[in-house]
Design a protein around this ligand. Structure first.
Ligand SMILES: C[S@@+](CC[C@H](N)C(=O)[O-])C[C@H]1O[C@@H](n2cnc3c(N)ncnc32)[C@H](O)[C@@H]1O
Length: 190
């Protein structure tokens, strides 16, 4: 396939916006794949602030980072991303160049624990206010599960109404695939 798949495209968007030494956020650490990707982009001089409400997710992420010598540039919070403003240090506010969210449930974990529309929108709003110009929020939206459908609708409604003078907002989606495959929404601050 010559077009980028969903996860490679999400990573390409992040890599375009983030350089070594930057401050970035993983809103849903999960098993730590994206946290590690961000940690490699920012390097030892940068900082990743990673959030997840589940202890298992934080542990899994910590192990992955340790195995890859990338724990030092990451701060893990077992907190909801809707609390991001209380935990990201003042010095990083206005200076965030990238953030990633993988919405839905923890792969291999409890499928009843999922991201929710209200808290997702709160986190998007707060992180957008922390972005540097050119900074990007990438959302990978999984909506195959029941709650995922309303979350998808609420996120699309919200981001579609962001003033175009404030952000470039895009959707990247394979529209002929069956079974509700994940898709991307990205918000770049202008
Ligand atoms: C699809 S998974 C993330 C996968 C992860 N990006 C990875 O690389 O493995 C979604 C995660 O969001 C977490 N989550 C749910 N609600 C949350 C909230 N309010 N704040 C932070 N994380 C939340 C879940 O615990 C779950 O681990």
């Amino acid at each position: 396939m010559n077009v980028l798949g969903i996860l490679p495209f999400a990573r390409q968007l992040l890599a375009n916006a983030i350089t070594e030494g930057d401050n970035v956020i993983d809103g849903t650490a999960g098993n730590g794949h994206d946290t590690l990707f961000l940690a490699k982009l920012v390097g030892k001089t940068g900082k990743v602030f990673a959030f997840d409400i589940q202890e298992q997710a934080i542990l899994n992420t910590k192990v992955r980072l340790e195995e890859n010598d990338a724990l030092t540039q990451v701060t893990l919070f077992q907190k909801g991303h809707e609390e991001v403003k209380s935990f990201v240090p003042n010095g990083a506010i206005g200076n965030i160049t990238g953030a990633i969210f993988n919405l839905g449930y923890l792969p291999g974990g409890d499928k009843a624990i999922v991201t929710k529309p209200d808290t997702t929108l709160q986190a998007i709003t707060d992180i957008f206010s922390m972005l540097k110009k050119g900074g990007i929020i990438v959302l990978v939206i999984y909506y195959g599960h029941e709650e995922g459908k309303s979350e998808k609708d609420e996120v699309i409604n919200f981001v579609s109404n962001i003033d175009q003078t404030e952000a470039h907002v895009l959707s990247y989606q394979f529209i002929n695939q069956k079974n509700n495959p994940p898709f991307i929404v990205a918000i770049e601050k202008r």
